[in-house]
Design a protein around this ligand. Structure first.
Ligand code: G3P
Length: 223
């Protein structure tokens, strides 16, 4: 499963990129607003750090406005992916942009037929918001499973990007169900590599090694 970071915070993006396993970035208007920075400048900064897909969302809600905004965002960098909402106008704009060879991420997906329409319109990514479905008593994972099944039934190559991830179990379940990508907040990326048994196990290994008085590095006499 590919790993994207879901943030517009450049420090978090730099730290995640330094792990060497980051495949892309997703932003949205709320994440950008939290940073209080110029959107275009921040996108330039992000694209200089991450070579993989960087999703930038439009704020227009009708086709022509979406295309006009996309046309402003596309030249920022080759890896910009245009993010559009899963509404009628968004599907139309997705088809227009996909036909032009522009990669589109269809966002705010809450039911499987939105995902099917996005795929038919040529979307590069579909973003089911699993955490927000769980928040209102639904089952976000069921949506991932349904989309996987529909895409496999008909050979759609749109990638399933599990979004609105709240904790590592969302990532585990997404991977088990065959989501192609998970976009994950920095806090959760950090949690993924934490386990108390890893910490105590490492502590014990290091303590035992110290008792041997040995060194893995060659001493000057051996070199
Ligand atoms: O970027 C889209 C999505 O991941 C938002 O997540 O936590 O605001 O539901 P959240």
């Amino acid at each position: 499963m590919e790993l994207y970071i879901d943030t517009a915070n450049i420090d978090e993006i730099r730290q995640a990129a330094a792990l060497g396993v980051l495949d892309g970035v997703t932003t949205n208007p709320s994440l950008v607003a939290k940073e209080g920075v110029d959107f275009r400048t921040r996108l330039e900064e992000i694209c200089a750090v991450v070579a993989g897909p960087v999703s930038a969302e439009v704020v227009s809600t009708e086709h022509d406005g979406m295309i006009a905004e996309a046309d402003e965002l596309i030249p920022i960098a080759e890896n910009i992916v245009i993010k559009l909402p899963c509404i009628e106008e968004g599907v139309k704009a997705c088809k227009t942009l996909s036909d032009r060879g522009v990669r589109v991420n269809m966002t705010l997906c809450f039911q499987p037929l939105q995902a099917m329409m996005a795929a038919k319109a040529g979307a590069f990514l579909i973003s089911p918001f699993i955490g927000r479905i769980d928040d209102v008593g639904g089952d976000g994972m069921e949506l991932i499973q349904q989309i996987r099944q529909i895409y496999d039934n008909y050979g759609f190559d749109t990638k399933i990007l599990a979004a609105s991830i709240r904790h590592p179990q969302h990532m585990v379940q997404s991977a088990l169900l065959g989501a192609d990508v998970a976009t994950v907040p920095f806090k959760v990326i950090q949690q993924v590599l934490k386990h108390p048994l890893t910490d105590t196990g490492l502590e014990k290994f290091l303590a035992d090694w110290k008792k041997t008085g040995a060194s893995i590095r060659k001493t000057p006499a051996m070199a």
